[in-house]
Design a protein around this ligand. Structure first.
Ligand code: PA5
Length: 426
């Protein structure tokens, strides 16, 4: 619902004429996207994942670790956030999901010491198979398993590209391995083995996630007036052009906190190019109404707020107390309270001339989560076309990877020389 981004609500909102102009640009962008999909071009191929991903292949690959009590994902960025988002959104299972996506020694040691390694599945994910953080963490996990007398080759599943050191390692040890599909950048890979292996080990409905993605794919079309994903991407882009250069992703559901992190990567790494791109910020409703909202409502008028509401939450009645001041709470439900908080925030932002968009999900089940991820990816790709940037590359991220590797003596990289000599960086 983009109503609170329009001039019928906000003085600076988008006019009917703006939307018509945008719609023409959306039609051209949609044609480009469809051509890319039809030819499985790099990046655009991500939008084919709901049909291209084979759930049976994933279920088969994870069979050897079906007895696990925990799955430990070792990956970073796009090789970790999709899986974390899916696990958190689909909720508890008998199998915990932990993620090592940082090389903080205390965190890595602490995580390993809390696990029964004999009953842990290790899910190593790296598209390139060369990322220092992931490979270093995996070597440490492997070593810890050796020390604990656990055969790591029986507890490890690898997802990686066609070649590279991780592929060699998987082949060399006969590990179950899956592909990161060739045309799919990390941050667009949630609906491939990259995002779905932990979900399969945890017993989640991976076919449902893909079915949600397929339903979302069917909803793509040439007009923003009929395609929610494109309406979102186009609105965010148009508002950025008007100075709303920050996009606060604020789900009103604990299960979507990781989603906000996933979105931040998607938006920042895809659209932050050539001096453009909205800055994504992660927030959580209702919690951050008691902290960040002050700034969003009364600070600089440079923010779009994306408010996500989940309907159909379980009942959680609030007991009566007999205390007069609390009488308004008794007999209602936490869901009602959360909804009231949501609606009050949405309206108060609009009243303060802060554009906001509402995304509503019918529950946090596999289909709706699959659709949400797919639609956000489509929105991002659409926005990339409107900005006219290379949505699917991340040269600044790669720069840092090469610099760090070079500094550690992992090769001759000019980026490392530039850092070492403290040259002004371009
Ligand atoms: O989206 C991306 O391309 C990045 O965030 C990568 O996923 C991240 O850098 C990890 O790379 P790799 O999967 O090669 O280990």
């Amino acid at each position: 619902d983009i109503g609170n981004a329009l001039d019928t609500v906000l003085a600076e909102g988008l006019t009917e004429e703006d939307l018509d102009d945008l719609d023409e640009a959306v039609e051209r962008a949609h044609e480009r996207i469809e051509r890319g999909r039809a030819e499985d071009e790099f990046g655009y191929a991500s939008l084919n994942l709901p049909t291209a991903t084979d759930p049976d292949e994933i279920e088969t690959a994870v069979e050897p670790v079906a007895d696990s009590e925990a799955v430990l994902t070792v990956g970073i960025g796009g090789s970790a956030l999709g899986a974390a988002t899916i696990s958190e959104a689909l909720g508890p299972s008998d199998v915990d999901h932990l993620v090592l996506d940082n090389v903080d020694p205390a965190h890595v040691r602490g995580t390993l010491s809390d696990l029964d390694l004999d009953r842990t599945a290790v899910n190593v994910v790296s598209r390139s198979g060369t990322t220092a953080e992931t490979l270093a963490n995996f070597l440490i996990v492997r070593d810890a398993m050796d020390e604990a007398g656990v055969d790591w080759t029986e507890r490890t599943v690898v997802t990686t590209g066609e070649d590279g050191p991780l592929r060699d390692l998987a082949d060399g040890h006969g590990l179950p391995s899956l592909d990161v599909p060739a045309g799919v950048p990390g941050r667009f890979s949630a609906l491939s083995a990259v995002g779905l292996v932990p979900a399969a080990i945890r017993g989640h409905d991976i076919e449902g996630l893909l079915a949600g993605g397929r339903a979302a794919a069917d909803s793509l079309g040439p007009s923003l007036f009929e395609c929610p994903a494109y309406a979102y991407g186009a609105t965010a882009y148009a508002l950025d052009q008007r100075g709303f250069s920050t996009n606060v992703m604020m789900p009103y559901a604990e299960g979507l906190e990781a989603f906000a992190e996933w979105f931040a990567q998607l938006w920042a790494e895809s659209l932050g190019k050539d001096g453009t791109g909205q800055t994504p910020v992660r927030a959580l409703g209702a919690t951050d109404q008691h902290s960040q909202l002050q700034l969003y409502r009364a600070g600089p008028k440079d923010k779009l707020l994306t408010l996500v509401r989940v309907t159909g939450q379980p009942d959680c009645p609030i007991p009566e107390t007999g205390i007069p001041d609390l009488a308004y709470l008794g007999g209602t439900d936490l869901g009602e309270l959360l909804d009231a908080e949501f609606e009050a925030t949405e309206a108060s932002l609009a009243a303060a001339e802060c554009p906001n968009v509402r995304i509503e999900l019918d529950g946090l089940d596999a289909e709706s989560v699959g659709a949400l991820l797919y639609e956000m990816e489509a929105a991002c790709i659409l926005a990339g076309e409107l900005y006219d940037v290379e949505t699917f590359t991340q040269p600044a991220v790669e720069w840092g990877k090469r610099a760090a590797r070079g500094l550690l003596g992992g090769g001759d990289f000019e980026e490392a020389e530039a850092v070492a000599s403290k040259e002004r960086l371009e």
